[in-house]
Design a protein around this ligand. Structure first.
Ligand code: ZN
Length: 138
């Protein structure tokens, strides 16, 4: 069995935003030389997410509105976590949007369902964060 590890560095210039990282995961699979296996992609930060969904900008605005209803950013003093920090909402948004995805690799490619793409979700940006790609297989 072969293994491959790659860390992406991502800096979203706004507090919240989404980035399609599917091409970067495709590149990692190509570089790994692995044709059959599993690919894990996870956010290495507790205020950002990796998730799979549709590459459609209306849906991404819907995520933003939905998450702001569930865990509004402001007022900051509504959260026990805020004091030294102001990012309690970002921790909650990360929890609901998820930490990681695992996708099968078949014939050297991501074995996606219809319209599936891999996204990085940022909930407390304006700084560099990391995403881990780990691939195992042969
Ligand atoms: Zn925090």
């Amino acid at each position: 069995m072969k293994t491959y590890r790659k860390v992406l560095e991502i800096n979203i210039p706004t507090r919240r935003g989404y980035l399609n990282i599917t091409n970067k995961v495709d590149d990692a699979i190509l570089n790994s030389g692995i044709k059959e296996g599993l690919c894990l992609v996870n956010a290495m930060n507790i205020t950002s997410s990796v998730f799979i969904n549709d590459n459609e900008s209306g849906l991404h605005r819907d995520f933003e509105r939905w998450l702001e209803k569930l865990a509004p950013e402001k007022p900051y003093n509504q959260y026990d976590h805020n004091g030294y920090e102001d990012n309690a909402d970002a921790h909650l948004k990360r929890t609901i949007m998820g930490r990681e995805v695992v996708v099968a690799i078949t014939n050297g490619k991501l074995d996606f369902g219809t319209w599936e793409q891999i996204f990085y979700g940022e909930f407390d940006g304006k700084r560099t964060k990391r995403v881990l790609i780990k691939i195992i297989g042969e």
